[in-house]
Design a protein around this ligand. Structure first.
Ligand SMILES: Nc1nc2c(ncn2[C@@H]2O[C@H](COP(=O)(O)OP(=O)(O)O)[C@@H](O)[C@H]2O)c(=O)[nH]1
Ligand SMILES: [Mg+2]
Ligand SMILES: [Zn+2]
Length: 292
C-alpha cells in the first residue's frame, strides 16, 4: 500500500536522513477511496543498523530495523571475502546485538586449496560460537538448510556483491526471483550507486532484507576497550586476565594471549581484533580489499 507520513516524524533522537526504514513496525490509517494510507505511528525499534553518509553532513541513514539475525554470505573465490571483513562484520553484529550466521557459498568453485581454507575457517567460526553453513546455490547444495535458517525470522542478508546472495535466496524460495548479476558486472557497482534495502516475504514464513550494493554494516564507533567484547571468544576470557582493563596486547597474565598460544583462539580472529584496535583495517566498508 502506498503510504504517506503524517506531519513531522520523530526519529528517536537519531539524526537520520530517513524517518522510516525497512523493517519498521508502524500504524497505518486508511485514507480516501483509493486505499491509500497514512502512517501515524512508528513503534520503537528492537534494533537497527545505520550507514553514515560518505559526505560531510555526518548524517546517518537507517538501512534496516527489527532484524532477528544477520546472515553474512561469503565466498572464497570470485569474489574472495577476506577474514578481516568477516570478523569486522561479526563484531559489528555483536555490537548491534544481532545474532550472525556465516554462509560460505560457491563451494562448487573451490579448488583443493580453498577447500582446506574453508575447513579451517569453518572450525574457526564454529569455535567462536557462530553458526556456519556451506552452500552452492547453483548446485543446490544445502539450499534447503539455508531456507531452514531463514524460516520464521527476519534476516538481514549481507555480503559482498557477487557472492550469490540473490541466487541463494532464489534457490530457497523460487517464487521470489530476485535479480542476480553476472559476475563480470559486480565490480561496476561503485560506491556512489544509490542503494535501498528491500524486504521480501518468504512463503515458508519470515522475511529477508536484501541490501543490494551495501556490502556490510555501516560504521560503528567502538571504543578500544569494548572491541574485545564483540569477539565472543575474547569476551569469554576477559575476566581471567590479570588486569581488568587488559587489551590483550602484551599485558602480563593475559588469558587471551595464553589461549592464543594454546590454539584456543584462532590467529586470524586475533589479528582482526588487533587490526580493529589499531584502526589499521580500513573503516570504509566499500573497500574490502583494505581488510587484508
Ligand atoms: N558457481 C557458482 N556460481 C554462483 C553461486 N551462487 C551464485 N553464483 C553466481 O554468482 C553471480 C552473482 O550472484 P548474485 O546472486 O547476483 O550475487 P549477489 O550480488 O550476492 O546477490 C551470478 O552469476 C550467480 O549465478 C554458486 O554457489 N556457485
Ligand atoms: Mg543480489
Ligand atoms: Zn588480556
Amino acid at each position: 500500500m502506498v503510504c504517506r507520513l503524517k506531519g513531522k516524524f520523530r526519529t528517536q533522537g537519531i539524526k537520520s536522513t530517513n524517518p522510516l526504514a525497512v523493517g519498521d513496525f508502524v500504524e497505518v490509517e486508511i485514507e480516501g477511496d483509493e486505499g491509500q494510507g497514512v502512517i501515524t505511528k512508528l513503534y520503537d525499534r528492537k534494533n537497527y543498523i545505520v550507514r553514515k553518509s560518505v559526505n560531510l553532513s555526518k548524517q546517518t541513514h537507517i538501512i534496516a530495523a527489527n532484524m532477528d539475525q544477520a546472515v553474512l554470505v561469503v565466498s572464497l573465490v570470485s569474489p574472495k571475502t577476506l577474514p578481516g571483513f568477516i570478523d569486522r562484520f561479526l563484531a559489528t553484529a555483536e555490537a548491534y546485538s544481532i545474532p550472525a550466521i556465516v554462509v560460505f557459498n560457491k563451494v562448487d568453485l573451490y579448488t583443493d586449496v580453498e577447500i582446506l581454507e574453508l575447513q579451517y575457517l569453518e572450525t574457526v567460526y564454529i569455535q567462536a560460537g557462530y553458526t556456519v553453513l556451506v552452500t552452492s546455490a547453483t548446485d543446490n547444495l544445502n539450499t534447503k538448510a539455508f531456507a531452514k535458517l531463514l524460516a520464521g525470522k527476519t534476516s538481514l542478508l549481507s555480503g559482498n556483491s557477487g557472492v550469490g546472495k540473490s541466487t541463494l535466496v532464489n534457490a530457497a524460495e523460487p517464487n521470489l526471483n530476485l535479480r542476480t548479476q553476472k559476475v563480470s558486472d559486480y565490480h561496476q557497482q561503485g560506491m556512489h550507486t544509490t542503494t535501498f534495502a528491500e524486504m521480501h516475504a518468504l512463503s515458508f514464513g519470515g522475511y529477508i532484507i536484501d541490501t543490494p550494493g551495501i556490502r556490510g554494516f555501516g560504521l560503528f564507533d567502538m571504543d578500544k576497550a569494548e572491541i574485545g567484547d564483540y569477539f565472543p571468544e575474547i569476551f569469554k576470557l576477559k575476566s581471567k586476565c590479570r588486569f581488568s582493563d587488559c587489551l590483550h596486547l602484551n599485558e602480563p597474565g593475559c588469558a587471551v594471549l595464553a589461549a592464543l598460544e594454546n590454539d584456543e583462539i584462532a590467529p586470524t580472529r586475533y589479528r582482526s581484533y588487533i587490526n580493529m584496535i589499531n584502526g589499521t583495517d580500513d573503516d570504509n566498508p566499500y573497500r574490502q580489499d583494505a581488510f587484508a
